[in-house]
Design a protein around this ligand. Structure first.
Ligand SMILES: C[S@@+](CC[C@H](N)C(=O)[O-])C[C@H]1O[C@@H](n2cnc3c(N)ncnc32)[C@H](O)[C@@H]1O
Length: 298
């Protein structure tokens, strides 16, 4: 493998119960789903959710024949699998998004929500995504924006040292980044994606508002406000829908996984392993408890 940027490791994490279940985030969950439905083609052959975690958004992918939940954390994928049961359309794949274990041109739809804030090397990540994207596909990305109203006010009041107006990412805690919408757009374009539509999301993510106003009203207001996303972006969360780079070739039928180390397409499982057939590589990747593990070769 070439570059190995650091990974924010969620292995063994209680992310679902600590952050979502009963934690007062129904508003955020619902408005993110609205944005996703607006940008994602409702059906297709292949979809990948990158950094899918415990599969929070998996029920949005009903229109797809083959759905990959991809995450670095094997334990979160096991949780997703437990929740989704034996639906054969789902594949659970553990790996690092800087070394995607898939052949070129595979995915018609790629979704990435609430994860890119952990990416220390966004250009390297986007390069991988451009490679595995189907040439007629689309990519829906949600990112944490540094250019939100609260950050702007804090900056003007001199209670925050970094400028929300400068394009470069800000790392506010180790391996947690906020991004400027313009910078994200430029990085997408640099690898061939064509950003088409932005939606601003979570306009009313303020504890006081969430306490005083019923969730359904905040969600209805956010649904409308999202549509201003192409004009200005002042929310903590922004969705961008992009067309895939049109230049590559679609994956051949029957090809799916590729060795994350050397890129050789992988064949079928042999004794619960996928084995790279390139003589100079020969790496083996395990499949156990329903999860493909590309984090480390066996
Ligand atoms: C905050 S969680 C979001 C989970 C899910 N997208 C959601 O919205 O509920 C971030 C996820 O990104 C995953 N992640 C972080 N770095 C990764 C990497 N380099 N490769 C694959 N997954 C990664 C983590 O394991 C974690 O599950």
């Amino acid at each position: 493998m070439t570059s190995k940027p650091p990974v924010c490791d969620y292995e063994g994490s209680d992310y679902r119960t600590r952050f979502w279940k009963g934690q007062g985030r129904d508003y955020e969950d619902q408005v993110e789903r609205i944005a996703l439905r607006r940008l994602m083609p409702p059906n297709g052959k292949t979809l990948i959710d990158i950094g899918a975690g415990f599969g929070r958004l998996a029920d949005e992918y009903d229109g797809y024949d083959r759905i990959v939940l991809f995450d670095y954390s094997r334990s979160l994928l096991l949780e997703a699998r437990e929740g989704l049961g034996a639906d054969p359309r789902f594949l659970y794949v553990a790996g690092d998004w800087y070394h995607m274990p898939f052949v070129d041109g595979l995915f018609e739809t790629m979704v990435q929500v609430r994860t890119i804030h952990h990416a220390a090397d966004v250009p390297a990540l986007f390069q991988q995504l451009a490679r595995i994207a189907h040439p007629a596909g689309s990519y829906v990305l949600e990112f944490a924006s540094k250019h939100h109203l609260k950050a702007i006010i804090r900056y003007w009041l001199k209670r925050q040292s970094w400028s929300p107006f400068l394009p470069e990412p800000v790392e506010f805690v180790a391996l947690n980044f906020d991004f400027h919408p313009r910078w994200i757009g430029r990085q997408l374009e640099a690898v061939g994606f064509s950003p088409q539509r932005m939606l601003t999301v979570s306009h009313f993510r303020l504890p006081l508002l969430k306490r005083l106003i019923p969730t359904r009203i905040l969600v209805a207001l956010d649904r409308m406000a999202q549509l201003t996303g192409d004009l200005w972006q002042l929310t903590p969360s922004v969705f961008v829908g992009s067309g895939s780079p049109p230049t590559g070739k679609a994956a051949e039928d029957g090809r799916f996984f590729a060795c994350p180390d050397c890129g050789t397409p992988l064949g079928d499982l042999e004794d619960s392993h996928l084995i790279c057939s390139r003589a100079s590589c020969g790496k083996r990747y395990s499949f156990s408890d329903g999860v493909y593990n590309f984090k480390e070769p066996v």
